[in-house]
Design a protein. Sequence first.
Length: 497
Amino acid sequence: MSVRVRFAPSPTGYLHIGAARSALFNWLYARKVGGKFLLRIEDTDLQRSTEESTRSIIEGLEWLGLDYDEDLVFQSANAPQHRGAANRLVEEGKAYRDFTPKEQYDDEDVKQGIAERARVQATEGLDQRSNPYRDLPKEESDRRAAAGEPFAIRLKVANEGQTRFDDIVYGAQERSYAEIEDLVLLRSDGHPLYNLSVVIDDILMGITHVIRGQDHLTNTHKQVLLYEALGAKAPQFAHLPLILAPDKSKLSKRKHGEVVSLTTYRDRGFVPAAFRNFLALLGWSPPEGKEILSEEELIECFSLEGIGRANAIFNFHENDASRWTDDKALWMNAEYIRTMPLDELLPMVKTELRANKLWREEYDDEDSAWFRKTIDLIRQRFFTLKDFSSQGRAYFSDDFDFEEAVVNKNLRKEPRLRELLSGLANKLEEVEPFNAETTKAALRAFADEAGVQPGLLINGSRAMLTGQGVGPSMFEIFELLGRDRSVQRLRSGLPWF
RNA sequence: GGCGCAUUGGUGUAGUUGGUUAACACGCUGCCCUCUCAAGGCAGAGAUCACGGGUUCGAGUCCCGUAUGCGCUACCA
């Protein structure tokens, strides 16, 4: 039987990086074993589901390069089947109508309410099967339903026994029926509930392996019960450890902000392959210990058995802008930027420059050799794609900022520099040809004549030509910017004012 | 409250059927290289493997308990 897996997010917001990782693992597994990777949007909660969210999920997956194999499935479209299944279970006596009036819960303290109710239930000695409608004669149930009395449908969980399944990650799991309530399948307004929907949909879609977050581990027992009631074979389950914030709390946008949203990484200049690589290493480790893995390598060595059981901490630093996300993610992105094939990087840089009005069509044409050379040089010390338009700005525009601290340290500290650099400009004007070699010789000779350290002129030049104190070798910069721009910037005197 | 799951340096992870100096990556420190910053090279700090018992000649690895964290416990997903 060929493998079919799915990623089934609910469209109630941005795509969370934890969800993105679930998608990735499903995708990797499908690609690894030659199975199908499907996408299902779980939009049964109509109140909270939005089209915008669905779009952002699809965009996110596309950005990560996780292509799905069949048509997108909307869970809401299967609602008739969900209801049909629930009614069938009632007919078969495996579920029952619960005419208890619906209670209203405050959305705020649901968790507390649950704990409170559980406590009361325990002290009053109520068990999970105390529902008065559980054993209502079928005729009466039918009659009341026909009379229009509202009801929810609950699964009739047997008194004795236990569910069991083997989780590929967490191992053998058992749970006694006594700990499982008669779960609601259908709300009194006819809406199918999550546990019913997933099971029906997974059956409908022929899912063979359910790979999802560990937060569903205990719910799985209910679902196993449903598979049994429906006479269907349960799929294999593999639950993934969760991704937590540094304080070990659940990662949430409300509490932790943008770092948890996948699109943030796209918007802040991550290379998709780098982020995918980083995500893969959260909770999973390759057998060889090699960490930088291409798409092919990732697929090749991926296995469900390599997934760990402990929750991983996503180590970002909330109050440190330069370490706004996990250090290793940032490092990996830099690693990709400086080592990936230039031809794959170029389109991303183009997009970035374009967004900042720094792109010129010539870069694709007569200046393409220059452009490639420039990108290849400056990418060596960049961390994100954003750096091409910020730190790299001086290479693409004459309108760039001078860093105050750099100007003070490399220019103002030595008053003679203004004249010296102007003199250097004169010297460079005569250099022929104009390249790294010749400018180097010229600068050194000039430093000798003037009786100053070459470093003084080099650092001063860097400040004048790029506005920055750090960057590539100065002579490479001269060559790249060319004689005219180099000379002009050296003479501009701009930063002195 | 009940039930479940987890616990190896700051972070991510390796640690084969229990065997001797607990490994790798990121981060951090120092040195080299050097016009700066990276990269690279070298060196280093940092873990009594959550804690307490037990089994064993021997435990990060097996068993029990405790703690902590997380999850589920809903006519949310």
